[in-house]
Design a binder for this molecule. Structure first.
Ligand SMILES: C=C1C[C@]23C[C@H]1CC[C@H]2[C@]1(C)CCC[C@@](C)(C(=O)O)[C@H]1[C@@H]3C(=O)O
Ligand SMILES: O=C(O)CCC(=O)C(=O)O
Ligand SMILES: [Fe+2]
Length: 382
């Protein structure tokens, strides 16, 4: 896919087409309002994915390595070795692992889920106070009609920036209050606290990843110290034809590391050994996966893995995804220990803002994003 795939002006489903109508109305912007009556049996064609990408029924469950952080967090060197070894095995194969005993208060996680319900159940006009603008990654979006001309995801999202810089302590809260109004002060505070917890957990994981790659505990921790990350709330309403569409299409995360908490409904799937596998929800665990940017940082040793989200016809599904990203001025270059004549450089130097702009303005992230970005960087060099 290239720039041509990104277009806009789609028919509305805010007033669902009458049953059986062939053509949707082409004259209104598409809005996807979960509060609409869910009698819609004929999905608008833009939500119907090609046969080769439609979800498969009852995929096998992926046995995901479960990394217990308790020992490492209490300073036990043997536990640290065990944890980094488990991560190494997972990251060389499919890039996914679970972390438990992470030290994050379960009440904070529950509040974050509850406030998601409060937000996405608001009237559409209120959610649109935070409407995502064309070319930007923050804000409220529903199925991205303004971005893509087909294969629309069956979801609503709210995305916002988190900065670990000490001068940006209230960035999340201030953004959400500015967009939604000061009655969202508590909403903003919960996600400010949640993002701080995610950032701290990311740095712990980066220490273990550094150890597992033999570059030491501080290498990646320092690289992501003042991270400038993205928090995304994914809200997947029930769909009457869940076998025809996807909540989030197949992709590798372009970011560095994703820490995801999914609710008990389930729907995350990972492509391993040429087959889709489900990841069973576990409230006490975060699902962690390597992204494209960390794959480049590791000079290809660790894999950014293809995954997607399916929907169902009974229950709304929610997931909270924290996408770790380096500070804007950091150059993504693998540590020298990971580059030699046996393992030459695979990807060019880049900064995260360059890669993010590529995904927001030039290319819809899928399973080839990093390779397409590499080609784009090289074409724009000459
Ligand atoms: C940098 C990002 C772009 C996306 C959000 C974060 C990390 C994951 C990316 C995404 C989820 C991959 C699938 C396609 C996408 C358009 C989506 O379905 O939301 C991607 C996000 C985006 O470009 O908004
Ligand atoms: O909702 C999920 O389980 C996965 C979402 C995802 O992969 C993403 O937002 O990048
Ligand atoms: Fe993802």
């Amino acid at each position: 896919m290239d720039v041509g795939c990104i277009t806009n002006n789609l028919p509305s489903i805010a007033h669902p087409p009458k049953h059986g109508t062939k053509e949707d109305k082409e004259d209104e912007p598409l809005v996807f309002d979960a509060s609409l009556p869910r009698h819609e049996h004929n999905l608008p064609k833009q939500f119907i994915w090609p046969d080769e990408e439609k979800p498969c029924l009852n995929p096998p469950e992926l046995v995901v390595p479960l990394v217990d952080l308790r020992g490492f967090l209490s300073g036990d060197p043997v536990a640290a070795m065990e944890a980094s070894g488990l991560m190494s095995e997972a990251c060389r194969k499919h890039g996914f692992f679970l972390v438990v005993n992470h030290g994050i208060d379960s009440r904070l996680i529950s509040h974050a889920h509850r406030f998601m319900d409060d937000f996405f159940e608001l009237p559409l006009s209120q959610k649109q106070r935070a409407q995502r603008k064309k070319g930007e990654h923050c804000g409220y979006a529903s199925s991205f009609p303004g971005r893509f001309s087909s294969k629309l995801p069956w979801k609503e999202t709210l995305s916002f920036q988190f900065s670990a810089d000490k001068h940006s302590k209230n960035l999340v809260k201030d953004y959400l209050c500015e967009k939604m109004g000061h009655e969202f002060e508590q909403f903003g505070m919960v996600y400010q606290e949640y993002c701080e917890a995610m950032s701290n957990l990311s740095l712990v994981i980066m220490e273990l990843l550094g150890m597992s790659l033999g570059v030491g505990r501080t290498c990646f921790r320092e690289f992501f110290d003042n991270n400038n990350s993205i928090m995304r709330l994914n809200y997947y309403p029930p769909c009457q034809k869940p076998d025809l569409t996807l909540g989030t299409g197949p992709h590798c995360d372009p970011t560095s590391l994703t820490i995801l908490h999914q609710d008990k409904v389930g729907g995350l799937q990972v492509y391993v050994d040429n087959e889709w596998h489900s990841i069973t929800p576990n409230f006490n665990a975060f699902v962690v996966n390597i992204g494209d940017t960390f794959m480049a940082l590791s000079n290809g040793r660790y894999k950014s893995c293809l995954h997607r989200a399916v929907v169902n016809n009974q229950k709304t599904r929610k997931s909270l995804a924290f996408f770790l990203c380096p500070r804007d001025d950091k150059v993504v270059t693998p540590p020298s220990e990971l580059v030699d004549h046996v393992s030459p450089r695979i990807y060019p130097d880049f900064t995260w803002p360059m890669f993010l702009e590529f995904t927001q303005k030039h290319y819809r992230a899928d399973m080839n994003t990093l390779d397409q970005f590499t080609n784009w960087v090289q074409r724009n060099k000459s």
